[in-house]
Design a protein around this ligand. Structure first.
Ligand code: ADP
Length: 243
């Protein structure tokens, strides 16, 4: 479903991604873990060209975009194959919950308003927000706002959903409700790439885990291989720090 080849990214002199190769299969729930600053979020944002890689190519669902000078049209076509769930939700503050979910359907997918509304209502019911359709984001808790963010991503029916630390801005008591929804959609076979610090969640929900450090993938494998029986010293050290 996704193929990354030799992804390099530099911010001025800071070489953040150093030749990343990665394959994600259809239906994979791939979780990326690693110390802060290791390049996880930058890698995730390169997958849909929110960050332009300096070098390398990204293929999603058969469509390839290459290098730094890719055309806007190609970038948009690649991006339409993805949906992103952001750390800080990124909802439209002046739109209702339902309008937030309908927006992408109407604008990007050109779906008629009536149909967009039906899809929006059913997805918001799915994430437990059927009672909040006409409220504004500021009237919701952080956990509820993030569930709107997830419904909005699902509405686009993307080839892959990219989650950028979806629970790290939440109060601890709201982390569980958001992880439960992510787990529920993972079980439906949607391809997902998740950057998170929630190691227990990675153990439980991922079918593949990637450990990154210093702009490299240090190791990858099943949750058991990477998180319970890691081979590399750096992975062991990282996991020890967390307990
Ligand atoms: P992680 O997600 O693993 O914490 P990031 O991908 O956020 O790591 O960051 C990796 C490195 O890239 C850090 O040194 C960070 O400061 C730098 N970085 C990330 N985004 C930018 C940016 N837009 N401009 C400059 N430096 C950035």
């Amino acid at each position: 479903m996704i193929k990354l080849k030799n992804i390099n990214k530099q911010f001025q002199k800071n070489h953040v991604l150093k030749g990343i190769d990665l394959d994600v299969e259809k239906g994979d729930v791939l979780v990326i873990v690693g110390p802060s600053g290791s390049g996880k979020t930058t890698l995730l944002r390169c997958i849909n060209y929110l960050e332009r890689p300096d070098e390398g190519s990204i293929t999603i669902d058969g469509f390839t975009v290459q290098g730094k000078h890719a055309s806007k049209r190609d970038v948009l076509a690649l991006r339409r194959k993805t949906a992103m769930v952001f750390q800080h939700y990124n909802l439209f503050k002046n739109k209702t919950v339902l309008e937030n979910v309908m927006e992408g359907l109407i604008v990007a997918k050109k779906i008629p308003k009536k149909e967009a509304k039906e899809i929006g209502v059913s997805l918001l019911e799915k994430v437990g927000l059927g009672e909040k359709l006409n409220e504004f984001p500021s009237q919701l808790s952080g956990g509820q706002q993030q569930r709107v963010g997830i419904a909005r991503a699902l509405a686009l029916n993307p080839s892959v959903i990219l989650f950028d630390e979806p629970t790290s801005a939440l109060d601890p008591e709201m982390v569980g409700e958001v992880l439960a929804i992510i787990k529920q959609i993972a079980n439906e076979g949607i391809t997902m790439v998740v950057v998170t610090h929630e190691i227990d969640f990675a153990r439980e929900v991922a079918n593949r885990v990637v450990f990154m450090d210093g702009g490299h993938i240090i190791e990858q494998g099943s949750p058991e291989e990477v998180l319970i029986h890691p081979k590399h010293e750096r992975t062991k050290r990282f996991l020890k720090r967390l307990v």
